[in-house]
Design a protein around this ligand. Structure first.
Ligand code: IMP
Ligand code: MG
Length: 177
């Protein structure tokens, strides 16, 4: 059996997403941005963040190979779906649910630079700083969290729990009773 413990409430998330949106709005005043969501975990964050950005904005989505049904990153990242439109000369904001080892975003950043954008920023709702294996930082980060496996607000475990409104720690019951 698995047990869920709330780590970040929907109210805390809403407040933070509002702040991040305001910051992006200020940083790109008078310009257009392309929000590129990393499927599928970033969809809910992107949907909320986008509505807090008061700029001319478009969406695109990319997909990478993921953890599968395990909690550990294989170390290998593969692009499964690229952007639909040209990114040349655009202000790209890569939107991700969580920065963990940093392998995914390091790979995606490199991949997106091939498209010659005007600028490239990273927005991540969560950041597990202590797990980092690559020197990569988010430009717009919601919350730094401890090294716990979390689900909800887009984040999954074996595709489940993405629809939870709060970010929760997924605990396995065997640990205690
Ligand atoms: P990274 O390449 O290790 O930075 O991993 C980033 C990806 O791992 C994220 O896009 C998530 O899909 C997944 N991930 C990392 N930590 C968690 C977690 O605690 N819960 C759910 N997914 C996670
Ligand atoms: Mg993901």
């Amino acid at each position: 059996m698995e047990h869920l413990r709330i780590l970040i409430t929907r109210e805390q998330i809403a407040k933070k997403v509002g702040e991040l949106g305001a910051q992006i709005t200020r940083d790109f005043e008078g310009e257009s941005v392309v929000l590129i969501g990393v499927l599928k975990g970033a969809t809910i964050f992107l949907a909320d963040l986008a509505r807090q950005i008061k700029l001319d904005a478009t969406f695109d989505f990319i997909a990478v190979s993921s953890y599968g049904n395990s909690r550990e990153q294989s170390g290998e990242v593969k692009l499964m779906k690229d952007v639909d439109q040209s990114m040349e000369g655009k202000n790209i904001i890569l939107v991700e649910d969580i920065l963990d080892t940093g392998l995914t975003l390091t790979y995606l950043k490199k991949q997106m630079m091939v498209h010659k954008p005007k600028s490239l920023k990273i927005a991540a709702l969560l950041d597990k700083v202590s797990r980092r294996k690559q020197p990569i930082y988010g430009d717009y980060v919601g919350f730094e969290i401890p090294d716990e496996f979390v689900v909800g607000y887009g984040l999954d475990f074996a595709e489940r729990y993405r629809n939870l409104p709060d970010v929760c720690i997924l605990e396995s019951e065997e640990k205690s009773s």
